[in-house]
Design a protein around this ligand. Structure first.
Ligand SMILES: *Cc1c(COP(=O)(O)O)cnc(C)c1O
Length: 463
């Protein structure tokens, strides 16, 4: 196989119809700190390490594919959200991004609260010792069993998502002799995507209750009338991977307007507003996320200003970052299996995982970066598509990226910023064994979620 024949460089831009790359980076060995976890560095011998342990050692001990999570980085990001919002606000980590018992303990220790959206997530959170009153329960179709468990265990709030649920939760709480704290999730008519947002009168989506046509006000009216519920606030979540604060501004303004109308109608000032999550992270060097303190400052200013204008007491604000805390803290380590140059097109690099450990590229056309991490290389950049081993041509991990042209089977490559929505969305497609999550900290590596085994697969198959 002649590698010199590999298509490389921008002269092939014409074939990249849906691709997104500009030019090869100046230095393929460089690791952009924006997309890699804090302790990731390339050592003098060219091998990359995290938490003081090099990837060759990690691959040897834990195998590939595997997710390696920088615990110190996770804690520091959690702490900076906590610090940025201070004691007059709450930070709920969105557990759906990635949840395990170790993560629950880190969050607890760092003073964060936790969002869950299923019975499974709730059980995980409680079993790792998160106090129930620091848990919020979400979802657009919570089952009776889930609601019962949430109310019985004393979760701090349930976020109500429909008219049916208002009655359902009230009924369950009352039958358990409890009064459940709830927020009402509204759709504010803002759709945010990355660098832009669209303000619409009506949002065509399954979550929440629309503000626009008075539905949300009606939901508050009904909830206030039910003995089983204590309505503590209004919740809004406008999207994900957002960089532009303008969408939050519109959302906050509309939520505060609802608080004002609730006060006018019922004489009640609801004490909380939750502005959701969705803050963007850098998947590639082109993304420029904001720091938690900038986000906190912007949100606080908007809410304070709107409340002053409406003559309302400023409610307690909460936010729900998931990706922004866990996303950048982990990378996925793969071993290169085959390399297939397609003349005039691109080079396909197949790794030992794929859409079973990262579905986001196939699902959302998500962008990722990739680097050769088991050695440094001075070879020319080669335009590649990193693909998995699954029986699906959409099984793409990184759509367009540059790797050194001397890449060879057996090399280790890593995809950064896979801490969020990768392990949590992992599947057993093709009976793949879901990879482990290994926490690395200060020279020590510890499996926090173990690799699945074939026994695990067969245990479910009882036919
Ligand atoms: C998904 C979700 C979040 C977290 O979103 P990120 O993009 O991970 O920050 C927060 N709140 C709600 C209600 C969500 O559905």
């Amino acid at each position: 196989m002649s590698r010199s024949a590999h298509p490389a460089g921008p002269r092939h831009a014409d074939v990249l119809t849906e691709g997104h790359y500009t030019a090869p980076p100046a230095d393929l060995n460089a690791l952009d700190p924006k997309v890699w976890a804090h302790t990731v560095t390339r050592n003098e011998d060219g091998v990359v390490s995290v938490g003081g342990i090099d990837v060759a050692t990690l691959a040897e001990e834990f195998g590939t594919p595997a997710y390696f999570m920088d615990e110190a980085d996770f804690r520091s990001r959690a702490r900076s959200w906590r610090t940025a919002f201070g004691h007059d606000a709450d930070v709920f980590y969105a557990g759906k991004a990635f949840l395990s018992r170790a993560v629950v303990r880190w969050l607890h220790e760092e003073g964060l609260n936790l969002d869950v959206c299923s019975g499974g997530e709730l059980t995980t959170a409680l079993s790792a010792g998160m106090p129930a009153d620091r848990i919020a329960f979400h979802g657009n179709n919570k089952s009776t069993e889930e609601i019962t468990k949430a109310v019985e265990s004393g979760v701090g709030r349930i976020v109500l998502d429909s008219f049916q649920e208002i009655v359902r939760v009230a009924h369950i709480a009352q039958s358990l002799g409890k009064r459940q704290r709830v927020q009402i999730r509204v759709t504010v008519g803002v759709e945010a995507h990355t660098h832009e947002f669209i303000a619409t009168a009506h949002e065509d989506q399954k979550f929440g209750i629309a503000l626009a046509d008075g539905q949300a006000a009606e939901a508050v009216r009904r909830a206030l009338a039910l003995d089983g519920l204590e309505v503590v606030g209004i919740h809004s979540h406008i999207g994900s991977q957002i960089f532009d604060m303008a969408g939050f501004e519109v959302a906050a303004r509309r939520v505060v307007a609802l608080l004002a109308s609730v006060r006018d109608e019922h004489g009640v000032e609801l004490p909380e507003i939750d502005l959701g999550g969705g803050l963007g992270i850098a998947y590639t060097s082109e993304d420029d996320p904001r720091e938690p303190h900038e986000i906190a400052k912007a949100l606080n200013e908007i809410v304070t200003r709107e409340c002053e204008a409406a003559k309302l007491r400023t409610p307690r604000i909460s936010v729900e970052p998931g990706r922004a805390i866990v996303g950048p803290t982990a990378f996925t380590l793969y071993e290169v299996g085959t390399i297939k140059p397609l003349d005039g097109l691109r080079t396909y690099v197949s790794v030992d995982g794929g859409m079973s450990d990262n579905i986001r590229t196939a699902l959302y056309d998500a962008e990722y970066s990739v680097a050769l991490v088991s050695r440094a290389s001075d070879a020319e950049p080669m335009l590649v598509r990193v693909v998995g081993k699954h029986c699906e041509s959409g099984d793409i991990v990184v759509r367009d990226a540059f790797l050194p042209a001397d890449l060879a089977p057996g090399d280790l490559i890593a995809v950064p910023a896979t801490g969020a929505y990768c392990r949590s969305m992992a599947s057993n497609y093709n009976h793949a064994l879901r990879p482990p999550v290994v926490a690395v900290n200060d020279g020590e590596a510890r499996v926090i979620v173990r690799r699945e085994t074939e026994e695990d697969l067969l245990r479910l198959d009882i036919g």
